[in-house]
Design a protein around this ligand. Structure first.
Ligand SMILES: [Fe+2]
Length: 483
């Protein structure tokens, strides 16, 4: 027989139990940011996600080849959750799953990654930049990029239009990028469009890998190692002039054993030192003055950047300069010439870096997914540049208008070469000095047009480029007076 007291308390007890169990029973959450890889080292992975309500969760990380899973239970303090998964085996492919705990459990997302195996080995790295507001372009580019199965993505900045708008982190990055970000961590050198927003450290809180960052900039500039490569990420929205915290930190990195013992040294920074792609912007003068000399002095192999929505490549004093800013934004105009930049186009693009020990192969794919540019760097092999061509017949002084120049590769040399000519005094006014699309036999005379558009005293310059667009020194004509 049920007592009166028990009858009285039963409804209250049921209500109380409902309140306790409700969050875990039957109430699913909405996934705002599907689980994404923030960071992966040889033994650690950091996975993050965001839901519309705080929920306890469990991350299960399983070796693809079988073996014991690593399980991490997370009690998030906020709707943005993070799981730091340690104790992983180096050089191992893992799958992961993130689920809420309780009954019923809800899967929030899955993915996979490769832990690093330090030292020389094969690895594939993707490169994106300036993806911003045209999310459909970004989705197409990152879908194509992932077919190359990169284990790491480098992003050279400008992830969205305005980083202070939290919704754009979803509409322009995490939603169109979700199937990329769950299979490879993406390390970003932040750009001006991230607006130095607190959202950077909220959604992409890269760990502190070297001491010396002031607290407010932690995660804005950082380093990472992968295989035999060392990556430096600078934030061009913070000062990098001598005496600034970032400059002091950068010098510390260059002196570190991790940097000095690496085979490949790749620096990512949103701002380019040199740019031909934008009218009115030839690159960042402070980068040229303060950072490029350090890159040359300390053997940076690749300086990857964006900002200009183009693809550009040049080799200067040992450093290969790449602008990889064609991630999605596009729609720009041409600018001017920096004579050492040999490849340039206003294309939507992504790039793939393949490293295998002492060899680095770089490929850029355009928006038709066609190979647009490729080159190889090889340690221990001299970086042999072509010889300087000779001018067989040069333009002559005379009226404004079109003339020709006839060039020849030096006698006795074999191989095929393309040529590029320009008017030295008009590098800021003329369109990019595009190399000839076809290659000519050494010794063959090749005649190219020269257009003198205005009066003045000019020197025509010309160079030869090999199959990888490695360029010779310039040959320079006598002074030509155009009236
Ligand atoms: Fe930018």
């Amino acid at each position: 027989m049920v007592s009166l007291n028990r009858l009285f308390f039963l409804p209250g007890f049921c209500f109380l139990m409902l309140c306790v169990l409700a969050p875990a029973f039957g109430q699913t959450v909405s996934v705002i940011k599907a689980p994404y890889l923030l960071w992966v080292t040889d033994t650690e992975a950091i996975i993050m996600w965001e839901t519309n309500a705080v929920r306890q969760a469990r991350v299960t990380i399983s070796p693809e080849g079988g073996g014991t899973a690593v399980v991490v239970d997370v009690t998030p303090a906020t709707v943005v959750a993070q799981a730091v998964c340690t104790g992983l085996a180096p050089g191992t492919r893992y799958t992961f799953s993130v689920s809420t705990t309780g009954t019923p459990s809800q899967t929030l997302g899955t993915g996979g990654f490769l832990t690093d195996s330090p030292g020389p080995r094969e690895m594939t790295i993707g490169v994106l930049g300036d993806t911003q507001e045209l999310a459909a372009n970004f989705l197409l580019n990152n879908t194509r990029l992932m077919k190359h199965k990169p284990e790491l993505i480098l992003h050279v900045g400008d992830l969205m239009t305005n980083g202070t708008d939290a919704s754009q982190w979803n509409t322009q990055l995490f939603t169109p990028g979700k199937d990329m970000l769950r299979f490879a961590p993406m390390y970003v050198s932040f750009g001006n469009h991230e607006s130095n927003s607190p959202n950077i450290r909220k959604y992409l809180p890269y760990p502190e890998t070297m001491t010396g960052n002031p607290v407010d900039s932690r995660g804005h500039w950082y380093t990472a190692s992968r295989g035999n490569a060392f990556f430096i990420f600078l934030d061009s929205q913070y000062a990098f002039t001598p005496g600034s915290p970032q400059y002091i930190w950068f010098n510390g990195v260059l002196a570190s054993s991790a940097f000095r013992n690496s085979t490949w040294r790749i620096l990512c920074c949103h701002y380019p030192a040199y740019s031909v792609g934008w009218e009115g912007y030839d690159g960042d003068a402070n980068m040229r003055t303060y950072l490029v000399p350090l890159m040359e002095q300390h053997g940076i192999d690749l300086y990857m950047k964006g900002h200009t929505h183009s693809y550009e490549r040049g080799y200067l004093n040992g450093v290969t300069h790449i602008i990889n800013g064609g991630g999605a934004a596009g729609n720009e105009t041409w600018g001017r010439n920096w004579p050492f930049i040999v490849r340039y186009d206003l294309i939507l693009q992504y790039s793939v870096i393949k490293i295998n020990g002492d060899k680095l192969e770089f490929r850029c794919y355009d928006f038709g997914n066609k190979l647009y540019d490729k080159f190889t760097l090889q340690k221990g092999v001299p970086f042999t540049l072509p010889g300087t061509p000779v001018i067989v017949r040069g333009p002559k002084s005379g009226p404004v208008g079109k003339q020709t120049i006839t060039l020849k590769y030096p006698a006795g040399e074999g191989g095929r070469f393309r040529y590029r000519i320009g008017i030295e005094e008009r590098r800021s006014e003329d369109g990019f000095w595009t190399p000839t699309p076809i290659m000519y036999r050494a010794g063959q005379e090749i005649t190219l047009p020269v257009d003198f558009k205005s009066s003045g005293t000019y020197h025509v310059i010309a160079q030869a480029l090999d199959a990888q667009y490695r360029a010779s020194d310039w040959v320079r004509s006598e002074a030509i007076v155009i009236q």
